[in-house]
Write a protein that binds this ligand. Structure first.
Ligand code: FES
Ligand code: FES
Length: 395
């Protein structure tokens, strides 16, 4: 169990949580704050949206233990909030709900739109709401309700203070910190905010900062060590084997620039970044140190990949990887280590297959322009379900 201190709806609370407990379970099961709903539990539907440090966050994929020191607000804590009061009234009058299951998450997102994008038109409202799914209303009433409150704000009938806005930060994805007084924790710059600053300032890689995930993986390529090692020296060829990756400039010495496009559920991130590559011919090992920014979505990543090649029997090479990364922004919420580890394993398998294909002279498969991690997540979940059913004898 882990001790955390959270400020929940304005009240500082010290709590003991399981390392794997997500915020939604903590709020609903331990604190009886049941306005936060759970539906997909995969970060896709938005029903569980709450505010962490003033930013909308999906509480079903945010570990409670990683939010030590954060301020959490649920619908229960926004009873007297002027924007929320206007939205509740507008949702009711514009028929913005039927069963009401999506409504708490929808209201939290709607409040964020009213506060953050005061000039939003219908198209922008629909875009901003696209991460919140409703299966009953057809969205027309919801969009009308948000528009109505925005109109009130533009007409000066709705006072909105900016006091709550903070720089885009971790949204619950911060690594657990050593115990500190709650107010100190909130005031400290989070490592993820540092990552953001670092990326903007042109700092490459972790540069001494602590990663928020680390993964060790290995895979086997059915080709001899020397061939695989030579192939790893051709950066353009390596990039062409990575789903979603492309080089944007011809590599210069040890430096490469490229793009990586990733789609997870409703979130698409197009990272542009730079990396420095080192190679040790004597040890068949190397490092890739890089930083990427998704300008549109605000996600940022900084990290290091260390790889080492080893003969794995005749004509086979084992590639061992250690990936250490610091993620910030929307994608950071997908940092549930189990899922990320399995995703990395699937990506590594795909990569190994492409490398084998290239080295054996097979025609190059068309480059996948976006890594659709959503479909990978579903296959990971199906595999897990199969395993669980087998375990209990139902398969
Ligand atoms: S329950 Fe969290 S996004 Fe669906
Ligand atoms: S009102 Fe039923 S899911 Fe939105």
């Amino acid at each position: 169990m882990i001790d955390v201190t959270l400020t929940i709806n304005g009240r500082v609370q010290s709590l003991r949580v399981e390392p794997r407990m997500h915020l939604a379970d903590l709020l609903r099961e331990q604190l009886n704050l049941t306005a936060t709903h759970l539906r997909c539990e995969q970060g896709a539907c938005g029903a569980c949206t709450i505010l962490v440090d003033g930013q909308p966050a999906r509480s079903c994929i945010t570990y409670a233990a990683m939010c030590d020191g954060a301020a959490v607000q649920t619908l229960e804590g926004l009873q007297d909030d002027a924007v929320m009061t206007a939205l509740r009234r507008a949702f009711s009058e514009e028929h913005g709900l039927q069963c009401g299951y999506c409504t708490p998450g929808m209201l939290i997102t709607a409040r964020d739109i009213v506060r953050r994008v005061p000039g939003a038109d219908e198209k922008r409202i629909r875009l901003e709401l696209s991460g919140n799914l409703c299966r009953c209303t057809g969205y027309v009433g919801i969009v009308r309700a948000v528009k109505r409150v925005l109109d009130e704000r533009r007409a000066g009938a709705l006072p909105v203070s900016d006091a709550e806005r903070q720089p885009l930060g971790p949204v619950g994805a911060r690594p657990a910190k050593p115990r500190a007084r709650a107010e100190d924790s909130v005031a400290q710059a989070s490592p993820l905010a540092e990552a953001a600053i670092g990326a903007d300032a042109g700092i490459i890689g972790l540069n001494g900062r602590k990663p928020n995930f680390e993964i060790n993986r290995s895979f086997v390529v059915l080709r001899p060590l020397k061939d695989v090692w030579a192939f790893f020296g051709d950066f353009a060829a390596v990039a062409s084997c990575l789903p979603g990756a492309t080089l944007t400039k011809t590599p210069q010495g040890d430096s490469v620039e490229g793009r990586m496009s990733v789609k997870i559920g409703p979130i698409t991130a197009n990272f542009s970044g730079r990396a420095r590559i080192t190679r040790d011919d004597a040890r068949y090992s190397g490092t890739i140190v890089g930083t990427g920014i998704d300008q549109a979505g605000g996600s940022r990543a900084a990290g290091e990949v260390a790889y080492a090649l080893q003969a794995n029997g005749p004509g086979e090479t084992r590639v061992a990887l250690t990936i250490r990364a610091l993620l910030a922004g929307a994608l950071a919420q997908f940092g549930r280590s189990g899922i990320v580890e399995e995703l990395v394993a699937r990506i590594a398998e795909t990569f190994a297959g492409h490398v084998e294909g290239r080295l054996s002279g097979a025609p190059q498969a068309p480059q996948q322009s976006t890594l659709n991690a959503g479909s990978l997540i579903w296959s990971v979940l199906k595999a897990r379900l199969r395993k669980a059913l087998t375990k209990i004898g139902l398969r």
